[in-house]
Design a protein around this ligand. Structure first.
Ligand code: SF4
Length: 245
């Protein structure tokens, strides 16, 4: 089954260290576009768009990467998100996955029928370093969510995660370095340490990309964008069943 990307609004505001080299800003700058202006996109209603035959354009069973040119929980999108939740609800036959650095806002913007979470929504809480983890993960664990992933990216420091790794609550921890010309180096030791914590707690772990600069055995490797996923896969350090492709 093909994966889809649903960028329903575009633009965001930098809120933490992990945002420093945000790829939305990086790509927009090439088009002299101001990424701090948040606008709905033409694809806003993609999940419920229909083809001429009358069926949904996105087939049943699809995986939909949601809101990757903004943050789904951004304040400016509060009014638009009401309709977004309705579309996600209507397409309960598809899985929607979004990452956020604003997890503390989730409980104030949930739809009324959310209860303990929609079965078809995966939420990834992004944490780039220890302070982000300590700030965001307590909200993440408390929130009513059916499928939780912790996204340690762009990883810019070691993170002690153990106290947050409840295998009944966290389905996957994913780690990755930063991309782009100005990428900060990621140490492979940090990646391995997060993996160790996951193994000890029985939580699935995935090394999803190396980033552009990886330090391994004291040496700095510069890795071209097109090899960052494949090189991470070659490290062969994924753990558990829930690691996807
Ligand atoms: S929250 Fe995400 S999209 Fe928004 S500025 Fe930070 S890195 Fe970019």
């Amino acid at each position: 089954m093909e994966d889809y990307t649903w960028n329903l609004w575009h633009g965001c505001h930098k809120i933490s260290e992990g945002c420093k080299n945000c790829y939305v800003y990086r790509i927009d700058s090439g088009f002299e576009k101001d990424s701090s202006v948040v606008l709905k996109t033409q694809n806003f209603n993609l999940p419920v768009k229909r083809s001429r035959s009358g069926g949904y354009k996105i087939p049943s069973g699809s995986f939909v990467y949601t809101c990757f040119t903004s943050d789904f929980l951004l304040e400016e999108a509060d009014d638009w998100r009401v309709d977004a939740w309705k579309m996600i609800r209507e397409r309960s036959d598809c899985t929607f996955c979004f990452f956020t650095k604003r997890i503390e806002r989730l409980q104030t913007v949930l739809p009324t029928d959310w209860q303990d979470g929609y079965e078809n929504v995966i939420i990834g809480c992004s944490v780039e370093n220890q302070s982000a983890a300590d700030k965001r993960l307590p909200f993440f664990l408390e929130a009513p969510i059916k499928h939780r992933h912790i996204i340690c990216a762009p990883l810019i420091g070691n993170i002690e995660l153990s106290s947050y790794l409840d295998r009944d609550l966290i389905e996957l921890v994913s780690a990755g370095g930063e991309s782009g010309e100005a990428a900060r180096p990621c140490s492979f030791d940090w990646v391995l340490d997060i993996r160790r914590q996951c193994v000890e707690k029985g939580v699935a772990f995935k090394f999803h990309q190396t980033g552009a600069r990886l330090i391994k055995d004291g040496r700095l490797y510069k890795i071209d964008r097109k090899f960052q996923h494949s090189q991470a896969a070659k490290a062969n350090i994924n753990f558990g069943d829930n690691i996807g492709e």
